[in-house]
Design a protein around this ligand. Sequence first.
Ligand SMILES: Cc1cc2nc3c(=O)[nH]c(=O)nc-3n(C[C@H](O)[C@H](O)[C@H](O)COP(=O)(O)OP(=O)(O)OC[C@H]3O[C@@H](n4cnc5c(N)ncnc54)[C@H](O)[C@@H]3O)c2cc1C
Length: 432
Amino acid sequence: MSQNPRIAILGAGPAGSALAALLARQGIQSLVYDDEKRPAMLVGESLIPAIVAILQRMGIEDKVAAIAQFKPGASFIHHCGTQMHFDFRSVTGRLPPYAYNVPRPAFDDVIKDHAKSLGVRFVKHRAGLVAHPGGTPELELDTESLAAGGYESGAKPDLIIDCSGRTRTSARLLGIGADTGPRRDTAHFAHFTGIDHPYVAGQIVITYHPWGWSWRIPLPDCLSFGMVMNPKSLAEFGSNAEERLDKVLATDPTLSPLTANRQRVSDAYTYTNYQLISDRAHGPGWVSAGDAFGFVDPMLSPGVFLALDAAESLSAMFARHGEKLLDHPQQLLKELGSYEQRQRAWHEAWHELIEYFYDGRIVAFYERGMKLKSDYPGAFSNMMERISSRTLALMASGATTMSTFSRMYLKCCSKWLLTPGRAQVLALPKNI
Ligand SMILES: Cc1cc2nc3c(=O)[nH]c(=O)nc-3n(C[C@H](O)[C@H](O)[C@H](O)COP(=O)(O)OP(=O)(O)OC[C@H]3O[C@@H](n4cnc5c(N)ncnc54)[C@H](O)[C@@H]3O)c2cc1C
């Protein structure tokens, strides 16, 4: 093996490690820099069925299953009383009819160990970059990083793939802006034991509250609870993450009946300003993937999927052209442009779908369907219910999120079927 891999990857999260493993499988060497500054717990614990398909293609589903909680579906509970339960079996034929909930550090280790088993070299070092705005290349590793990676005598990687997560190392250095979207929520989360879970084992539960929404993600030996709150409401629940989590669990009318025996078994963590998409995600000699490219919103758990899909896309680019693509900078730039376009289309589609869950249209659509079914029972309303549930499940599973037909179906149903004004009543609170 050559001492100087031509591809350097920044970050050993799901995007970076998966990409390194996929490249190694093609015989393309890369070097992964990781600062190993990972907190003890990470968000990104709820996976969707489209990820299972990727894990199967990578040949590591059994290793993930061994550390994971099987996830049969997702439930959405609105504080007004409406409950929607999705079963992933409805995506049978398109995707694996299940997913997993994972303790993230263990999940990341599975992918990293897999990459190591394929010969990928990881360097413990926080990679630094040097920018040459408008130049070719536009970004290079700094001297310390080259030395830490074993690059000698002026050798340098030809492509830097930024998988550094929300640090957005390349975009920040180049002063590339980002579309931060309309929401400014704050998320607090921690792990708990002793919270009752009166649902099918492993089912994740999203609850709509008057102040925002919360997640319950069953893990093998605890429950991950997170609250996503409008900044307006934060102060009402205490002055820090621990107080707020405790107050919500103790007093919220939907949650408190289940939490009398709760015990927090981890520190409490906070995430803010996490919804953004970079204005540009590639340039001469570099490209970004995963959260370094952008992140939509945690409501439907698309983050790890987008990270792994980006890894697959970049790996597929090299599968089409081979490592010699690096010898043709113009062609490489064109390919990276197509990759960026596709990732943008994914982000846009997820953003669009998630908006239906924030602005009340999905819950109003569901209520309307149930009413039609009780007013006009029979084969037609049963068929409509089956089609609607499957369409939504396929979109939220990652199978048809980008499909024009599915998007039109949702658009038309929510335009023509909803009771006027009902979605606004059911919507999550907006920012001030
Ligand atoms: C509140 C919240 C809830 C979420 N819930 C879910 C969920 O349930 N399901 C889901 O799929 N997604 C969820 N996500 C999103 C998910 O966490 C991310 O999309 C996912 O972790 C992205 O993976 P990544 O590999 O791109 O980046 P990361 O996982 O962030 O990995 C980046 C790595 O790079 C390292 N690094 C950074 N800078 C450098 C550097 N200069 N040199 C070397 N190493 C560096 C970091 O230490 C880290 O190890 C959630 C996000 C938020 C904010």
